[in-house]
Design a protein around this ligand. Sequence first.
Ligand SMILES: Cc1cc2nc3c(=O)[nH]c(=O)nc-3n(C[C@H](O)[C@H](O)[C@H](O)COP(=O)(O)OP(=O)(O)OC[C@H]3O[C@@H](n4cnc5c(N)ncnc54)[C@H](O)[C@@H]3O)c2cc1C
Length: 396
Amino acid sequence: MKTYTCDAVVVGAGPAGSMAAKFCAKGGMDVILLEKKAEIGAPLRCAEGVSKSWLDEVGIKPEPAWIRGDMKGAIIKSTKGTTYQLDESKAGNEVGYVLERHLFDKALARDAAKAGAKIMMRTSCTGVIIEDGKLVGIKAKSMGEEIEIRAKVVVAADGYESQVARWAGMDTTLKLNDIDSCIQYRMCNLDVAPDYCEFIIGSCAPGGYIWIFPKGEGIANVGIGVMGTKCTGKADAKYYLDKWIAEDPRFKDAQILEIMGGFVSTLPGLDETTADNLVLVGDAARVIDPITGGGICHACRTGMYAGELLAELNKTGDFSKKALQPYEKRWRDRMEDKLFRNWMAKEKLATLDDDTIDEIIKLIKTSEITNVTVYNLLKAIKEKYPKVVEGFEDLI
Ligand SMILES: Cc1cc2nc3c(=O)[nH]c(=O)nc-3n(C[C@H](O)[C@H](O)[C@H](O)COP(=O)(O)OP(=O)(O)OC[C@H]3O[C@@H](n4cnc5c(N)ncnc54)[C@H](O)[C@@H]3O)c2cc1C
């Protein structure tokens, strides 16, 4: 069997894996980045919406090639039809881009390659190698051939379906309540705002929301995420999305160009994201915003944090769980409070009826919030409807 040897092997060339590989390589490590698919960033499993604020933080310069639309704002709508339009003047950096995700992911992998990472496409990790109780690498199938990659440290960047951490003995199981199931249509012939991302909340999407993210020329990503446990009878994500589309006149001439389904975890991160010689990043670490399902920025941040630390640790060769703790601390210090607050907010939102959601949107419309963030929205809600934020007031 062919055996490769390197300092770090990164499983999965999504945003988290490419960022981890880039920063490991930049720090002088010999890195192999594996991707099981035949194309990085495809097929699409994303609504492609991001805010702009974090890009600078992780050193990503916006490139026209992967920006499909520069949004002027967002529209938040209740199932009953109350609408709040949020402009850039109020939303600032929270307003963002609609990406071409297949180009964005490739650009990040390109940067990893530029830094010196070796990319192996059509190479699927199939297991881990444990010798004398120690993780020493991974097994993979590369273009049909069984191979081994021996490495000092393994980075699990294998996304929502992550198996690497489980193979290495960590419990990454999600409960049904911690999963939103999603379906999205790429639709054309739509009569929707070309530069506003729209979010529709309430009983039209139990425990989640419907999104309409414009892609230009009457085309948009139209999708839904729902909490399975909140759906009634046999209704699923597709049922609720089709129902909304059938009742919204803007879709009267719409046609579907592409369909995709997927899942997002709604946990505020795993309790442990490191083990001896193993680091979990991005969706594999369940570091994703529980309320929006936005995970690209979290994947990039955790990937960068892991890569920077691993390059530092490579000087001594100590990749023990203890040595990896600065990674746990860094991502938790940066993101955990917000993830936890949004997780609590999501749990509460899922219990509210349409009348209350309508009242909350009306309240936000009339309140004097100059900088609209989830935090400031929750602050306004706390004043008028303290019950809605009961249990996590101290985070607001
Ligand atoms: C329907 C939907 C809509 C979403 N919309 C948004 C959005 O609008 N904005 C946003 O910020 N986030 C969104 N997300 C979440 C976002 O897509 C993820 O958080 C993000 O992709 C996480 O990046 P990652 O690198 O951790 O994982 P991924 O992007 O999933 O990358 C993991 C990679 O690992 C590869 N892989 C898996 N197993 C193996 C293996 N055994 N061997 C080799 N390779 C492997 C996969 O092929 C994949 O390329 C959405 C998710 C879904 C499902």
